[in-house]
Design a protein around this ligand. Structure first.
Ligand code: ADP
Ligand code: MG
Length: 337
């Protein structure tokens, strides 16, 4: 006993594990029971677990959870990106500035798993493996992690760690819910269909890459120093980590805390075949070499859709449709990686 405590100091962490049994192909519980729980137990990590019972449950729970009283130092979701998104909205709404004190973690159990894939890429384990994610959690290495702040019409705010999708990407992500039983394949099936019946998505996009400076109110015009594009877009995808899904290496230059948005834009001139080639190239990152793909690096942007025919998805979760703007806030929190 004395020797083993010398060899292995007791892990002072206490984790809140939140499992979405509904994630992906409903594998959340299997991955928790088969991978996460045994690894946490064998590494002597203290934790308590909550299974979510409905959409919004994690947000409600974290809003009023007693972090200090329970000595909880981290929140880990076994889920897709959606459950961690809920956790982030709850943490942001708390008056006790808990974001700076709590470490976040995720184990891939959903359909897209953008953050889990980005973490595995960061630790040079380029797989979609939940075991690798659980290893990161148990090892306990903490790295800085960027958050961004979104504002939609009406003033509602969201905290994001992954992406904003609009146009075809949002349509594929959010309308393909009906194909949930297919697992990740649902995105491919739906993407091909949406590309064949490609809509015209028009918008004004404004952005700037600057450190500091204030975000204008959504009702105010953007400052003259910003760049503005009025166009039709075949693709609009703003991301802040390397992977937007396990098979989408959307922003090779992005890390977990590089402080930038990367907006992938394909404008209307590109045509269906080019768009299809970009979707296929997302898996390897080769789209960055395609002349019709623009990658805009910025710290603030505003998207004002002028066609009323799509969806907006922050981190894969649908939000109010209309003008939306975002500001990179930088490493406001930390992550197990
Ligand atoms: P996926 O990657 O498959 O979309 P997510 O973890 O992102 O998996 O979750 C998808 C949605 O499920 C989120 O909107 C989340 O709020 C919701 N959700 C969480 N718990 C439950 C539950 N118990 N039943 C139904 N939906 C849930
Ligand atoms: Mg999701």
């Amino acid at each position: 006993e004395a020797v083993s405590s010398l060899v292995k100091p007791k892990d002072p962490r206490k984790l809140l594990i939140m499992v979405n049994p509904f994630s992906g192909k409903k594998l959340g519980l299997k991955i928790y029971d088969g991978v996460v729980r045994p690894m946490l137990e064998r590494t002597g990590t203290s934790f308590q677990t909550v299974l979510t019972e409905y959409a919004g449950h994690a947000e409600e729970f974290v809003k009023s959870f007693d972090f200090e009283g329970t000595g909880t130092t981290g929140v880990v979701t076994v889920s897709g990106d959606g459950l961690l998104f809920e956790v982030c909205q709850a943490l942001r709404s708390r008056p006790d500035d808990v974001f700076g004190k709590i470490t976040l973690g995720i184990v891939a159990a959903g359909s897209g798993n953008g953050l889990a894939a980005s973490i595995n890429h960061y630790i040079e384990r380029p797989t979609a493996s939940a075991v690798d994610n659980a290893f990161s959690i148990c090892r306990g290495r903490v790295v800085p992690f960027d958050l961004s702040s979104y504002e939609v019409a009406g003033g509602k705010k969201y905290t994001s760690f992954l992406s904003l999708a609009w146009g075809i990407v949002a349509d594929v992500d959010l309308e393909s819910e009906v194909l949930r039983a297919l697992g990740p394949l649902r995105f491919d099936v739906y993407a091909v269909w949406r590309m064949l019946a490609l809509k015209k998505y028009s918008a004004r996009l404004s952005y700037i890459d600057e450190e500091g400076g204030d975000m204008p109110a959504l009702s105010e015009p953007v400052p003259a120093s910003w760049t503005t594009i009025d166009d039709e877009f075949a693709c609009f995808w703003a991301v802040q980590t390397s992977h937007a899904a396990y098979n989408m290496y959307t922003a090779p230059p992005s890390g977990l805390s590089d402080g930038k948005f990367r907006i992938l834009v394909v404008r209307k001139g590109a045509g269906r075949l080019s768009l299809l080639r970009s979707f296929l190239a997302f898996e390897t990152g080769d789209h960055m070499e395609q002349p019709w793909v623009e990658c805009i690096t910025c710290t603030k942007y505003r998207l004002e859709p002028t066609s009323n025919n799509s969806h907006l998805g922050i981190d894969g979760e649908e939000v109010e449709y209309g003008p939306i703007q975002a500001q990179m806030e930088g490493s406001k929190t930390t992550l197990y990686a």
